[in-house]
Design a protein around this ligand. Sequence first.
Ligand code: NCD
Ligand code: ZN
Length: 342
Amino acid sequence: MQNLTLTRPDDWHLHLRDGEALKAVLPHTVHQFARAIIMPNLKPPIRSVADAAAYRERIIAAIPTGKQFESLMTLYLTDNTSPEEIISAKASQFVKAIKYYPAGATTNSDFGVTDIRKCDRVLEMMEQVDIPLLLHGEVTDRDVDVFDREKVFIEKHLIPLKERFSNLRVVLEHITTSDAVQFVLATNKIAATITPQHLLFSRNIIFQGGIRPHFYCLPILKREKHRLALLQAATSGNPKFFLGTDSAPHTRNSKESSCGCAGCYSALHAMELYASAFESANSLDKLEAFASFYGPDFYQLPRNTEQITLTKTTWRIPDEVPFLESGLVPLCAGQEMRWQMA
Ligand code: NCD
Ligand code: ZN
C-alpha cells in the first residue's frame, strides 16, 4: 500500500452557499481542508463587512462538532462598493480578499460589476491597503465566443488593469487556458488558482456520448492543449499556481435541466482528484506545495502544521450525496478513484 503524507491543504476558492445547503456541503470541505476562501456569490451577495461577519458566523455554526476550520471571507465587488468598505475589510482581519464578477458572467452574478473602470477608486484603495483582488476572468460580451471569454478578458481588461494598478495583488481564479498561464507567468503580483476539473478534463468530456451537465462549469472546460498547459503549470513548482477547487454545489434538478446551472462539485474528493491529476504527470512530489504552501504564502498567512494522508486504494465515487430536494452529483460520480483520503 502506498501512502502520501502531506501538510493539511487549504482551498483557495470555494462555494459553500447558505442555510441547509451549507450544512450539507461544509463537512466535506472540513474533512479535507483547514481553511478556505469563501466565495461571496450568495443571493443577495456578501457586499459588506457586516454581511461577511454574519455569514462567517453561520459557517462557524455549521462546522461539525470537534472539527477545526477557518473561513477566510471575501466581499463581492459591485459598481457601488466604497473605498471606506475596503478600509473596514482590511481592518476586520477576517475579510481576506475582494471578488470581481463581471455582471451576468456566472451563477448569482447579477450584482456584478458592469465596467471595471467604475471601480478604480476602490481598486486604488485595495492597492494601498494591500488586499487582493480575485477575478472571475471572463468577458460577457454576447459577440465573444464562450470558449474565448478568458483570453479576451485578459487582453481587454486585465492587461489595462495591471497597467493602472501594478502593485495590486491579483488572483486570476480558476484559470482554463494557456493564455492565462502565460499572462500569470509574465506579470508581477499575480497568481492563479486551478480546479481539479480543469487539470483532469478537456471540453470533450462534456459531449462524451451525449451531453453531460455535471462537467459544465464556468469558465467552461477548454481544448486538450489548454488542459496540458494547466497541468504543466500546476506541477511546475511555481508558487504562482495553487489549489482552488471552485467546488460549486447545485441540486441534481438544477443541473439536469433544459437550462442547467454551471458548477462542478468536488469538495467531497478534492484531494483525491488533484492527486490523480498530479500522478498522471508523474509529479506527486509537487502536490504538497501546490495544495498546502503556495496559497498561504500568497495570502501572507502561516502554513498549516497538521498532516493528512492519501492512500493508494480503489473506491467508487458515490452517484449522489444528500443535498436539498434532489441530491448533489459529485464530479466523476460512479467512477473509480485510485487515491483515498483517510
Ligand atoms: C460557480 C457557482 O455555481 O457559484 N459556478 C461555476 O461554474 N464555477 C460560480 C463561479 O465561480 O463561476
Ligand atoms: Zn467559483
